[in-house]
Design a protein around this ligand. Structure first.
Ligand code: NAI
Length: 331
């Protein structure tokens, strides 16, 4: 039996994690889940939102499925997500974004992939209070991180038969930092003559994405733009409830949805587990359980396509439990 670290998060995390674990079990696949709690709830007992045992578990098992963890706004502890990505050097945040049959959206031909650099940029949160009226944040972009994320994007394009990689920056303003990121993308593209390459500024990219999303294929972005554009793209395919993701490094992989802990619907049994389930399906493929991954994927897509039992974010009235029971019925 394979062992996978399971971080059930907080907010809606535990509800959607229970649903996903139940669906995987019902598929017939036995996974030994190494449950690791993290976030605000463990601080009191363990003095940190990300105890070492979580990192050690992932280092031992090499792979994790993770539900969202809340990060306090403005004050409080550092993001568990940022710390985790940094500690395990999960340098690539991969977020495929494709229309799913049965989910009505403004567009029907979205099929793009976001490759977000996951370790540096303003997202690293290196900040200081200069004086009472000034604060500053340091944007660090390195050649090493930019080269490897560009290489990841082009490798992905080749492996998955994609045609084009688009580098998204604000290099007209952040001439040195985003300029370096672009320089690295240009260097890497020379090694991939069969993949088309272009560049776009992030503001223009946002406009183009909401007008002509079908024009985009693989997009490679520094961390902060990648974070923001990911949510925009989630909106193109039905919202955060269906947007999957994965953090991938050289040695470890942590699969998690794009969305956060959704405190506004916490504990109401109405969160959509689809994004976590799609992330779990990719995790199963990663650990070579392709048959089970496909079986669950088929049942999920059937449920969405039938459209009888859907969670409120998709226009339905079903609870998380009813929706996951329907997937189990369709397995
Ligand atoms: P959010 O993604 O949690 O929620 C945004 C909106 O989408 C809310 O209206 C929410 O109800 C809805 N939503 C999200 N997931 C849904 C689902 N599965 N089913 C149905 N509706 C869903 O973003 P927000 O509110 O900005 O962040 C909440 C907390 O989550 C913050 O502390 C943030 O730092 C954290 N966060 C954690 C992430 C992670 O653990 N990887 C990623 C993003 C945010």
């Amino acid at each position: 039996m394979k062992t996978v670290t399971l971080i059930n998060g907080d907010g809606i995390g535990p509800e959607i994690t229970d649903a996903v674990v139940k669906i995987i079990k019902a598929s017939g696949l036995e996974i030994n889940w190494d449950l690791q709690t993290a976030g605000a709830d463990v601080i009191e007992k363990e003095g940190t939102p990300l105890p070492d045992r979580v990192i050690e578990s992932i280092k031992k098992n090499k792979v994790a499925l993770k539900a969202p963890v809340t990060t306090p706004i403005g004050k409080g502890f550092r993001s568990v997500n940022v710390q985790l990505r940094k500690a395990l050097d999960l340098y690539s945040n991969l977020r495929p974004c494709k229309n799913i049959g049965g989910i009505n959206t403004r567009f029907s031909d979205v099929d793009l992939v976001i490759v977000r650099e996951n370790t540096e940029d303003l997202y690293a949160g290196i900040e200081r209070q200069v004086d009472e009226n000034h604060a500053e944040s340091i944007k660090i972009i390195s050649r090493e991180a930019s080269l490897r994320i560009a290489e990841f994007a082009f490798d992905y394009a080749v492996k998955y038969n994609r045609k084009k990689v688009t580098a998204v920056t604000k290099a007209n303003i952040c001439k040195l930092t985003d300029g370096l990121f672009l320089e690295c993308c240009r260097e890497i593209k020379e090694k991939y003559p069969n993949i088309e390459y272009n560049e776009i500024l992030v503001d223009n990219a946002c406009m183009q994405l909401v007008q002509n999303p079908e024009k985009f294929d693989v997009m490679v972005l520094p961390n902060l733009y990648g974070d923001i554009v990911s949510d925009l793209c989630a909106g193109l395919i039905g919202g955060l409830g269906v947007a999957q993701g994965a953090n991938i490094g050289k040695d470890y992989a942590v699969f998690e949805p794009v969305h956060g802990s959704a405190p506004d619907i916490k504990g109401q049994n109405k969160a959509n587990p689809t994004a976590l389930l799609l992330s779990a399906i990719e995790m199963l493929k990663y650990i070579d359980e392709v048959n089970y991954a496909e079986k669950i994927d088929k049942a999920l897509r059937k449920t969405l396509k039938e459209g009888k039992i859907l969670t409120p974010d998709l226009g339905g009235t079903a609870s998380t439990t009813e929706f996951s029971d329907e997937i189990i019925k369709n397995l």
